[in-house]
Design a protein around this ligand. Structure first.
Ligand SMILES: [Zn+2]
Length: 56
């Protein structure tokens, strides 16, 4: 059972899933949502979201 993260549109796996308002996010994506686009000046490429989340 998997769902798509609305932030990055990638599959959210159980181990990294964070629920908010009944929607599954990646932990890092949810942090970004909660912080409202405080995105650091890091190269943003598909698949880098998790690393950016760690930087945050
Ligand atoms: Zn995500």
């Amino acid at each position: 059972m998997s769902s798509k993260c609305p932030t990055c549109t990638k599959t959210v796996y159980f181990a990294e899933r964070q629920m908010k308002d009944g929607v599954a996010y990646h932990g890092a994506c949810l942090q970004k949502v909660l912080k409202e686009t405080r995105v650091p000046l890091v190269g943003r490429y598909p698949g880098d979201e998790d690393r950016i989340g760690i930087v945050l």
